[in-house]
Design a binder for this molecule. Structure first.
Ligand SMILES: [Mg+2]
Length: 177
């Protein structure tokens, strides 16, 4: 069934989400994918991302990075952020999501997952019974080559866009300009 790939919401980037709204909706824990969600694949964190996490933590959110990448990569990214993390997560296996909730002390009902890949991040969140927000994958200017998985994702999202009941399941969580 294709709906196992459907996110609750689709936005341009992690910065396009109204986190105050998420808090008001009762969310307390956020699981973040790293590569192409927070930074371009393999990049270190940067001041904008560091400040972003500082802000979330000040608001009271618990956060956990959930990455299929190896420890050294995730630790390098996390150096200035200092949040909880899980590496070698093997998404969409729900185990990593369960562990992330355990680490954050949150539950299915107050945890949301944010990532750029339907087959791993979103499918895994659905497998774990938690809401998810798909973000458009980070691309470098001029970068043309995309993986074959992206074509499957375009197809999934095309069907998602035409099925009203699966869209905007978190209400209006887009940040107003
Ligand atoms: Mg990713």
């Amino acid at each position: 069934m294709i709906k196992k790939y459907y996110p609750y919401e689709y936005v341009k980037s992690v910065f396009a989400i109204d986190y105050k709204k998420l808090w008001e909706l009762g969310f307390r824990g956020i699981i973040f994918d790293v590569d192409n969600t927070l930074v371009h694949h393999g990049d270190n964190s940067n001041p904008k991302v560091d400040r972003f996490f500082e802000k979330l933590h000040r608001m009271g959110f618990r956060t956990c990075l959930l990455s299929d990448n190896e420890r050294s990569r995730v630790e390098r990214f996390n150096k200035n952020i200092n949040t909880l993390y899980i590496c070698d997560a093997d998404k969409p296996d729900p185990q990593g999501y369960e562990k992330a909730m355990q680490l954050m002390g949150t539950y299915r009902t107050d945890t949301v997952c944010i990532g750029d890949q339907i087959i791993t991040d979103i499918h895994g969140a659905n497998n774990s019974g938690i809401p998810s927000i798909l973000v458009h994958f980070i691309k470098l200017p001029g970068e043309k080559k995309i993986g074959i998985r992206r074509y499957f994702e375009f197809f999934v999202m095309w069907t998602w866009k035409h099925r009203k009941k699966y869209r905007y399941r978190l209400g209006d969580i887009r940040r107003k300009k």
